[in-house]
Ligand binder design. Structure first.
Ligand code: SF4
Ligand code: SF4
Length: 122
């Protein structure tokens, strides 16, 4: 099957565009679905600031960057049924594009690592 989303190592503009669109879509879906059921700054697992605790990107007004990892990670492994289908589609696009990340990096770092990894595999 033709891969419409694949990033080329020399196309930073597309990688950045797609990374931002994926982040925005995921953010809107997760907010709408109230995935972690935050109440007074505590998530449904009882963690203050949820998965953001101790993160250098966390400010009093929230996250100061766009990290794709954080949008596609869920402590239970699966997103709830209210958004699982949509998130699986986004995850597939992300995987087909070749994005590479694993932690609380900034979007800029994730784009750079993705392009380097793709270049190594070309
Ligand atoms: S993903 Fe993180 S913030 Fe969300 S419920 Fe699980 S531990 Fe809490
Ligand atoms: S980078 Fe991730 S863990 Fe850190 S504040 Fe932003 S969303 Fe939370």
């Amino acid at each position: 099957m033709k891969n419409r989303f694949k990033i080329s190592s020399d196309d930073k503009e597309y990688a950045t565009w797609l990374g931002n669109r994926l982040w925005e879509q995921a953010d809107a879906i997760l907010k709408r679905s109230n995935v972690c059921s935050f109440k007074d700054g505590v998530c449904e697992k009882g963690k203050k600031d949820g998965c953001c605790w101790d993160c250098g990107h966390l400010s009093p007004t929230g996250c100061t960057t766009r990290s794709l990892t954080c949008k596609f990670w869920m402590c239970s492994g699966e997103f709830p049924s209210s958004c699982n289908k949509e998130m699986r589609i986004l995850r597939r696009v992300k995987d087909q594009a070749g994005f590479y990340f694993y932690g609380r990096e900034t979007m800029k770092q994730q784009i750079e690592w993705t392009l380097q990894r793709i270049e190594c595999n070309e």
